[in-house]
Write a new protein. Structure first.
Length: 528
């Protein structure tokens, strides 16, 4: 699709027919769909919220329903047999919150009855949930004389809504497991099954017996099945770019990757559509998609925030998500707050994933949300961030010292006594880093050079700041600045022609404050 004419922006629209008939932009995902429907039968796909999973399912529904006119001009149009139509059953758990097994069963039975009505089937005989679901599939096959397509959206949401209450979460997990168990016995009646959601629960805990379920979450050929690529932005949405800084659009919203460096990264559709609508940068996805349980779990675990941009995880950790066993790496990856930056295979069968923030929106927003969990009052955090930006704009390094001392002084002493995160030595560096990162600055953590790694580099406003952190018992020792100088951390930046500020910061574990803020500034040398 290439056009210079502006179309409507499909913000929040998950209905394929409405997009195709209503004059909206549409990024053609049917090359992926054509591969899906022809390769396998049972699929599972995990993607963060607001990534277009519901639209993908509705597109599949329209395809199997035989709505040929909706696909005219799309890749799959002349590759599909429009004479064959399949009955489609679509279930969704995306709306509302179910608090127990009873409410879940009511929701399931209601959707089964709606599906029967839509397919023109007689009312079901009331048995158990799995039996009624199996009967629906079998009856649809019998009436239409074609195998059935089952599409399940937000398959995991009832569990996630109760994840901080393990007993309720387990109860709802068992209810969903009972429903999905019907798919095993329904095999002779099925043409295709696709389940989508945010998290990836193990087959043993939720899909018992469904051993042929293919997880395409990290399959390279489906890396862009949801989301927009750079090419999509430049080609499909060219009329919307206008005066927007293209590099800034990329830095703020691109970067989600489900695979190694050779896999194409994507944008969250919700973000870029609102950017095009509002014509200003904002944390659109984060503000509408962040589950409260994420912040609560990170707080409980005392997360070291500077490490978030370079976590290393094995495949097992990325997939480790269950009521009683959620890895931090798996939680952050599956919910979309970290993405895959690199994949290495040091030996056959062992893959190591490097995780990091996908873009500036997520890095700044998550760190801003974590500051209260680190003890910084939210109102104080906003005031202090505005002050920090002013200091950096004016290159006021001296003022930076008193500002950062005020930052740590704002943390109440009672908070240290009552919060287990304060026992972690990295708390000081976490507060420091998250305070800067919340401003969406150009930050590199553990910035590597030939001589080692400096803790944090900030490149802003034509100046470069190199920070090294040390924790001391009580009195300053001067070791932080000395390390920057001795290791030559600034050498890699000397040719950039910018002032470089070497900043050694020492925190007193006993006093709970900055006791040393030593600075040495290297002015750019004039060209010979």
């Amino acid at each position: 699709m290439t056009t210079k004419n502006r179309l409507r922006l499909p913000i929040g629209i998950q209905t394929f027919s409405e997009i195709r008939e209503g004059g909206y932009y549409y990024v053609d995902k049917t090359p992926h769909i054509e591969r899906l429907v022809n390769q396998n039968k049972y699929y599972f796909l995990s993607r963060p919220r607001r990534f277009g999973k519901s639209l993908l399912l509705d597109t599949l529904r329209c395809l199997f329903d035989g709505h040929q006119d909706l696909f005219e001009g799309l890749y799959i149009y002349d590759k599909w047999d429009w004479q064959i139509k399949h009955p489609v059953i679509r279930l969704s758990f995306g709306s509302g919150v179910m608090r127990d097994r009873g409410e879940l069963d009511v929701r399931i039975r209601d959707q089964i009855q709606v599906a029967r009505n839509d397919l023109g089937l007689p009312p079901a005989t009331r048995t158990d949930i799995a039996g009624e679901f199996l009967a629906l599939i079998r009856d649809a096959h019998d009436q239409y004389q074609q195998p059935v397509v089952v599409l399940i959206d937000e398959y995991d949401k009832p569990i996630l809504d109760n994840i901080l209450d393990p007993d309720k979460a387990r109860e709802l997990r068992e209810g969903l497991k009972n429903l999905y168990s019907a798919l095993k016995d329904a095999d002779p009646h099925l043409r295709m099954v696709l389940l989508t959601g945010v998290s990836k629960f193990s087959k043993a805990s939720l899909f018992s017996g469904l051993n042929n379920l293919r997880d395409i979450t990290l399959s390279p050929e489906y890396a862009t099945v949801c989301g927009y690529t750079d090419e999509d932005i430049d080609r499909v949405f060219e009329p919307e770019l206008g005066a927007l800084d293209r590099d800034m659009v990329r830095d703020w919203y691109n970067g989600y990757r489900w695979g190694g460096q050779d896999v194409t990264s994507v944008y969250n559709p919700f973000d870029v559509l609102l950017l095009f609508d509002e014509k200003k940068f904002g944390a659109y996805w984060f503000e509408t998609a962040t589950p409260t349980f994420l912040i609560d779990i990170l707080k409980q675990r005392g997360i070291f925030t500077p490490a978030l941009d370079h976590l290393i995880a094995k495949t097992q950790l990325l997939n480790q998500f269950d009521v009683d066993d959620i890895s931090t790496e798996g939680l952050l990856f599956q919910t979309g707050y970290l993405t895959i930056k690199d994949v290495k295979e040091p030996k056959p069968g062992l893959q190591l994933f490097t995780l990091g923030f996908p873009n500036l929106e997520v890095e700044s927003s998550l760190n801003d949300a974590l500051l209260p969990a680190l003890g910084v009052n939210r109102n104080d955090a906003q005031t202090l961030q505005i002050k920090l930006l002013d200091l950096l704009e004016n290159h006021d390094v001296k003022g930076l010292q008193s500002h950062l001392q005020a930052l740590f002084a704002s943390i109440p002493h009672d908070w240290y006594r009552n919060n287990p995160i304060a026992r972690y030595e990295g708390h000081y560096a976490s507060v420091f880093y998250s305070h800067f990162a919340a401003l969406a600055l150009n930050i590199t953590v553990e910035d590597a050079s030939n001589h080692g790694r400096v803790d944090m580099t900030v490149d802003y406003g034509g100046h470069i700041y190199l920070f090294e952190f040390k924790v001391v018992e009580q009195l300053p020792e001067g070791k932080a600045l000395a390390q920057i100088i001795e290791k030559g951390y600034a050498d890699k930046y000397l040719a950039r022609g910018k002032p470089i500020h070497l900043v050694g910061v020492e925190f007193s574990r006993e006093k709970r404050e900055i006791v040393a803020f030593d600075v040495q500034t290297l002015e750019p040398t004039s060209p010979a």
